[in-house]
Design a protein around this ligand. Sequence first.
Ligand code: Z5A
Length: 210
Amino acid sequence: MLNKAKFITIEGTEGVGKTTNIEFILNYLNENSIDSIVTREPGGTENAEKIRDILLNPNNEQVPEIAELLLFFSARSFHVSNVIIPALQNGKCVICDRFTDATIAYQGYGRGFDISQINMLSSWVLADIKPDITILLDAPADIGMQRTMNRGYRDRMESEDISFYERVRKGYLNLASEEPNRFQVIDSTQSLQKVQADIKNHLDSLFQIA
Ligand code: Z5A
């Protein structure tokens, strides 16, 4: 029998539609009676949400880049041990808004940290946890930025210039080409209906739903 406790991550640069489509994925799983939880990074536990505030609140003291990198992994350690592993062990599907690929894309390609050092931290923190599928919503950086402009609030990570987000996007696309079986890249400049039809196709094959 197919194990339905899948680990699904959703990635992309800001404003590509992660939050919007996580709701769609959750509805899909509910309609197919697949028990699931939705969570996010940085965050997902009480302590990890405190770290999220340190990382994203623009009014906090300056965050050195190395502290930023280590804080993302600290938050992830709380999250993996206290939420992700227990949910998967209890037979639940986990839908996670960002995971380690975000660290490689943002801190590696964006900030310039050595990817092999990030991978080493990752192997310490994650043990053998790896997403079953990663949905990468892809769009040119300026499109995502325009979509989030109307919020009237930019967090600390959203205050970089466009070249940073272009490097992040390139990082994600490189990761996807290195692991084509795990990554499903979806053009998020398409209409929401088309994006969601693509997501549904990938979920149908993951869960073997005809
Ligand atoms: N970060 C990191 O650096 N390293 C790490 O390891 C991790 C994270 C884990 C967390 O932010 C920040 O931390 C993030 C990366 C960094 N910083 N940045 N930049 P987050 O994940 O909490 O938030 P976000 O990435 O900034 O996501 P977002 O801005 O909330 O965007 P979104 O969730 O992808 O988009 P959305 O809210 O679903 O959609 C945005 C708007 O577009 C909305 O009005 C939608 O209705 C609209 N939309 C969505 N899809 C479409 C389509 N297809 N057509 C037209 N309009 C659309």
